[in-house]
Design a protein. Structure first.
Length: 242
């Protein structure tokens, strides 16, 4: 099994998790497989039908707006299922030598429109320095950072500020994703990593559950600090590759 990182809880590398957390993630995996089976295929059929109707509509038809909205919602559902599926499938992923700056920069690139949307600034520190080598799965690491960045963007008020800090010291890489957004009430902080816990209307509540799975799968740790009305900081520590 060498050359592979275990991401999925319930398998050996997830032993750093508490039993209840591990069980919760295993439940997510089962649920994801069920969702995929029950939702994916009909969703594809719906999309194809909607597209056929769209093609037949005259260009000026007012129904086009509604159709476009329906198609967007189908797309969103599909993404939700894909996210859940990623957990279910993530039992074993590659263990490549990755410069942590690469997935981090990609995630920043993908998340930038979300910050632009609220006219927010994203301050980036520590990414011009030397390479930060870790062992792991580049795509999963990008997903991890994207989930955190999107949460930060979604927590911001207009013209808010957020940032990313990368540091490598004493055998580990530290990444902090912070925002001066709405923050999280103390009594809710313990639940944010739970699968399907969400306070957002459009949220699936999988973002941080996946993030935690990816971090522990890479032999790392993830922590959160938050103050309502002031902001939130997520800290990740990953072992540096030797
Ligand atoms: N940076 C943040 N600031 C404020 N609240 C946050 C932040 N990150 C997470 N949360 C809280 O934790 C909840 C869970 O986050 P998570 O990313 O798992 O799910 P989500 O963002 O609601 O949905 P999804 O990521 O699946 O689209 C959020 O609904 C929100 O209440
Ligand atoms: Mg999220």
């Amino acid at each position: 099994m060498s050359g592979a990182v275990e991401l999925m809880a319930g398998r050996p590398r997830a032993k750093g998790l508490q039993r209840s957390q591990r069980e919760a993630l295993v439940e997510v995996g089962k649920f994801a497989a069920l969702l995929a089976h029950e939702v994916r295929n009909p969703l594809t059929a719906i999309r194809i039908d909607l597209q056929r109707v769209e093609e037949k509509l005259p260009p000026e038809s007012p129904l086009r707006l509604q159709l476009a909205r329906a198609l967007r919602e189908v797309e969103r559902l599909d993404q939700t299922v894909s996210g859940a599926l990623r957990i279910a499938r993530s039992g074993t992923v590659s263990s490549d030598l990755v410069d942590l700056r690469v997935p981090l920069l990609r995630a920043i690139e993908v998340a930038t429109p979300a910050f632009d949307q609220v006219d927010a600034t994203l301050a980036v520190r520590g990414l011009d320095d030397a390479p930060v080598p870790v062992r792991g799965d580049e795509a999963a690491l990008e997903q991890l950072f994207l989930n955190l960045l999107l949460n930060a963007a979604q927590a911001l008020r207009p013209h808010g500020a957020a940032g990313v800090i990368l540091m490598a010291t004493n055998g580990h890489a530290d990444v902090e994703v912070w925002d001066r957004g709405i923050g999280i009430d103390a009594d809710k902080l313990g639940r944010v990593f739970d699968p399907f816990y969400s306070t957002r209307k459009e949220g699936t509540g999988l973002g941080l559950a996946i993030a935690r799975g990816i971090v522990t799968g890479h032999g790392g740790r993830i922590g959160i600090e938050s103050r309502p009305g002031e902001g939130t900081a997520i800290s990740i520590r990953l072992p540096l590759a030797r």
